[in-house]
Design a protein around this ligand. Structure first.
Ligand code: UD1
Ligand code: UDP
Length: 351
């Protein structure tokens, strides 16, 4: 079986690391890895391939940055060329980025079956570019790999139950697998100079970086907190900071880090504040309370017992959430058994 896997942005490298490792262990599968080039900085792309032993991409389209149409259009053309040349049995796409949409659309138009990992997530907020990408990708896919029960329910409501299967979350597999690497040599992944009892934050969503009012409110909340906030800075946020919004003094900026250092940062943090989808879940898997800097979350399963508090950009809510006692309640199952990649392989082979 020949599969073309399409990746392009940071969270997709992490998901593909886990799925590729499993599918490449099966000699009957030939995986061709296509990197769209959506993320291209060393610390947004290469570091993941190097540290997580992801095979060198067979193709890199170097699509780079641009408006949604420019970026997606560049990718569409490049992906189509690769698919015409490789003639795979299936195209595998991940998540909800422009790379996901381009991969699914190019393949569907060539009548190549599309399988979507992390299908069925919905924020019900069409102002998010990711929501459009998810809806379209799920609609034109042939096989939907749902990470949670909520995702299954969403797809069922949209009439897609017959092509949906529950796999669990490949990011849960990733945390379980790579946490072991860190526990074997924790010192190797510790970032020097970071004070104890810090809060870990990331901000990159358009609703925060493209809206100075939201960003100012988030920073207002940060400035009122007693702790240091460690912030690995996404390039999208860096651009805004250069131009308009000032950073509070207790924010400790670092460059984006590789996945292993990021997991270690999360394991050692007091709490997590983020608008990232992936980091909300990692905080949950690593039993850190998360304060979500958005007005909704797709990861409903993380909300029980206030493991995840949806605070938006409201300074009062953020401050109160940081000050509340962390939950003692146990985590609930809901993201699978850490073998999502194996289930995905099995479903691909029997498709
Ligand atoms: C993209 C995804 C988002 C995902 C995020 C993961 C879309 C629409 N958005 O958002 O769903 O959560 O990736 O991080 O696909 N830039 C660099 N270097 C890079 C990459 C980007 O400097 O290596 C800068 C560029 O100025 C670019 C901006 O960051 O314009 C945004 O990059 P882009 O890939 O368009 O969107 P993200 O915000 O990263
Ligand atoms: N991440 C990382 N280094 C960083 C920031 C985040 O490795 O400096 C990881 C994070 O642990 C998670 C993934 O990137 O696994 C999430 O990606 P991002 O927040 O960019 O996108 P989203 O998940 O919101 O789509």
């Amino acid at each position: 079986m020949k599969i073309v896997s399409v990746v392009g942005a940071r969270p997709q490298f992490i998901k593909a690391a886990t799925v590729s490792r499993v599918i490449r262990a099966n000699p009957s599968v030939n995986e061709i890895l296509l990197h769209t080039g959506q993320h291209y900085d060393e610390n947004m792309s290469d570091v993941f391939f190097r540290e997580l032993n992801i095979p060198e991409p067979d193709y890199n389209l170097e699509a780079g940055s641009g408006s949604h149409a420019e970026q997606t259009g560049m990718m569409l053309k490049g992906i189509e060329d690769v698919l015409l040349k490789e003639k795979p049995d299936c195209t595998l796409v991940y998540g909800d980025t422009n790379s996901t949409l381009a991969g699914a659309l190019a393949a569907a138009k060539l009548h190549i079956p599309v399988a979507h990992v992390e299908a069925g997530l919905r924020s019900f907020n069409r102002f998010m570019p990711e929501e459009i990408n998810r809806i379209v990708t799920d609609r034109i896919s042939d096989l939907l790999f749902a990470p949670t029960k909520t995702a299954i329910d969403n797809l069922t409501r949209e009439g897609l139950a017959d092509i949906t299967c529950f796999t669990g979350d490949v990011m849960y597999d990733s945390v379980l697998y790579y946490r072991e690497w860190i526990l074997q040599d924790p010192g190797k992944y510790k970032i020097p100079g970071i004070p104890a009892n810090y809060l870990l934050a990331t901000i990159h969503r358009a609703e925060n970086t493209d809206n100075p009012e939201n960003l100012k409110n988030i920073f207002r909340a940060f400035s009122r907190l007693d702790q240091v906030i460690v912030l690995p800075i996404h390039p999208r946020l860096r651009k805004i900071l250069q131009s308009s919004v000032a950073l509070p003094e207790n924010v400790f900026i670092i460059e984006p880090v590789g996945y292993l250092r990021m997991l270690k940062l999360t394991m050692d943090a007091a709490k997590v504040l983020t608008d990232s989808g992936g980091l909300q879940k990692e905080a949950y898997f690593l039993q850190k309370q998360c304060i979500t800097l958005r007005t909704e979350t797709e990861w409903i399963e993380t909300l029980h017992d206030q493991w995840n508090i949806v605070a938006g950009s409201d300074p009062e809510i953020i401050e109160k959430a940081v000050q509340c006692a962390p939950p003692a309640a146990p985590l609930l199952p809901g993201f699978g058994n850490g073998k999502s990649a194996e289930i995905i392989l099995e479903k691909l082979l029997s498709f």
